[in-house]
Every structure is written in C-alpha cells, then in structure tokens.
Design a protein around this ligand. Structure first.
Ligand code: NAI
Length: 258
C-alpha cells in the first residue's frame, strides 16, 4: 500500500495498545484515519498527533456504529479499511466466571466485532468505483487454542475466528472485492497485559515468566502486530480472504505452557 493509494481506515480501540499502533502505522503511510474508542482523552490526544479523526464509539452500540461510519463517509467519501480491534479481557475459569463479566466480554469482543463487519460492508459495497474494502478482526492465539484461566475471553476469541470466516465467505460470494481476515496476536506488550501483570502478586515476576515462555524470548511490540494489519489492509493482500494471520513469535508452534 503506497501513499499513492491512500485509504480511509477506521480503527476501533484505537486509543491504546495495538489499536494505537495500527492507527499510527496507517497515518504514517498517509492514510486518513478514524480512531474509534471509549477512552476519549487518550484517543483525542493521539488523533491530534496523527492528524487523524477521533470518534467516541462503544462498539456494542449498533446505532453509534451507524453514526460513526456515516460520519466517516460524509467526510471522506468512502471507507476502505475497518480494523475491529477493540477488546477486553476478564479472567476466570468456567467454574469461577462471573456472568456479568461473561456477557460483557462477549458483547465487546464478539457482538461489537459483528456490528463492525456489518457496518463496514454496508458502506464498502457502495464505495465509489464499486465494492471494495478490507476488514481485519483482531482475535488472539486464544481464538485458536484453549486458555483455562480466561473462559470468556477464549470463547469470544474463538467466536471471532469463525465470525471472520463467515463474513469472508459472504463477502466473496456477494461482492468479490471485500475481504475479511483475522489477526491472532500472541503476547503483546500493551496496557492490557500490563494490567494483568499489575493485578498479580508479583508483577515483575509475572512479566519475566511471560517473557521466558516466548520462543523468541520477549513479548511482541504493538507495532509488529500493526505491520501485519497494514499488510492485510493493503492491495498486496488482494487474494487473502478468510485467513488467520498469527503474530506470536512462534508461540503457537510450541506446546501450550498455560
Ligand atoms: P488495550 O487494553 O491496550 O486496548 C484496547 C482498547 O479497546 C482500549 O483503548 C479500550 O478503551 C478499547 N475498548 C474497550 N472496550 C471498548 C468498547 N466497548 N468500545 C470501543 N472501544 C473499547 O488492549 P490491546 O492489548 O491493545 O488489545 C487490542 C486487541 O488485541 C484486543 O481485541 C485484544 O483482545 C487483542 N489481543 C491482545 C493481546 C495482547 O497480548 N495484548 C494478545 C492477543 C489479542
């Protein structure tokens, strides 16, 4: 994707972590970027830095989604890329999980993602020049294998893996040139993981343990995930549809230590 084919890109959860890195990577390529999040202060501040737009969007609210994408199209005339990245983690095994946590995780990580796909397609199929677009869903390696201590999260990420394939096949059948793929980060150094370390009895020990079980001996940066997202958004990935891009330093290649 060169600066000559600058795109209009909407990134949910773009105020922090992976989403902020994705928004930054798009902006650095000369794309028009809309950061959509509920963390307004950090999102607005990042948007100013990147010369991007910020939109308050709770991804669980379909009407808010409709407003957000309609506003984007009013301003830029099209929508090329939607990155459904907003996500939350709540711990707990199946015996421990709190129902409110379960419902919240599924609402944000699954229903919010489905709304994002639905609204993306509504606009992308009407793009000037014909249907076109790339939808990228941020799942997890927890969407490809089990995670005992996060039953709600693991269930939600598994759902996002197959949600992506359903959307991809629908888009291929109906529009040909709208694609949908999932990205599966491993252990990424973001506020989400830092919060989990901080909540443990030994934050530094927990971080050291996490680093030590990585095949490449370190956590992955949010920018490294963003680089994969930018590739899937680009025309270089024009035949890649319904696939799973694992960005984990090889973690999935090893037996699961968790
Ligand atoms: P983060 O906590 O740094 O960022 C998540 C962003 O989502 C925040 O800005 C938050 O305000 C936003 N968000 C939460 N609920 C929202 C809602 N209802 N509507 C709109 N925005 C909302 O987390 P991180 O690590 O950057 O995670 C991003 C995505 O990557 C998530 O989907 C996560 O599950 C996934 N992921 C993260 C991994 C990691 O190791 N950090 C590993 C695998 C997947």
């Amino acid at each position: 994707m060169s600066n000559l084919d600058s795109k209009v890109c909407l990134v949910t959860g773009g105020s922090s972590g992976i989403g902020a890195a994705v928004a930054t990577a798009f902006a650095n390529r000369g794309d028009r970027v809309v950061i959509a999040d509920i963390q307004d202060d950090t999102g607005i501040s990042l948007a100013k830095t990147l010369d991007a737009d910020y939109y308050h969007l709770d991804v669980t609210d379909l009407m808010a989604w409709t407003d957000c994408v309609d506003n984007t199209v009013s301003k830029f005339g099209r929508l090329d890329v939607v990155v459904n990245n907003a996500g939350i983690f709540r711990g707990g095994t199946v015996e421990e999980v709190d129902l409110a946590d379960w419902n919240h995780v599924l609402a944000v990580n699954v229903t919010g993602m489905m709304f994002g796909c639905k609204e993306a397609i509504r606009i992308m199929k009407e793009n000037p020049g014909g249907p076109a677009g790339s939808i990228i869903n941020v799942s997890s390696i927890a969407g490809l294998r089990g995670l005992a201590s996060g039953v709600a999260y693991c269930t939600s990420k598994g759902a996002s893996t197959l949600l992506t394939k359903s959307v991809a096949l629908h888009c291929a059948r109906e529009y040909k040139t709208i694609r949908c793929n999932s990205v599966h980060p491993g252990a990424i150094d973001t506020p989400m993981n830092q919060a989990a370390f901080d909540a443990s009895a030994d934050p530094k020990g927990m971080r050291d343990f996490f680093e030590s079980i990585q095949p490449i001996g370190r956590m992955i940066t949010a920018k490294e995930v963003a680089d994969g997202v930018v590739f899937l958004a680009s025309d270089d990935a024009s035949s890649i549809n319904g696939t799973e891009l694992v960005i984990d330093g090889g973690w999935m290649a090893a037996p699961n230590p968790l």
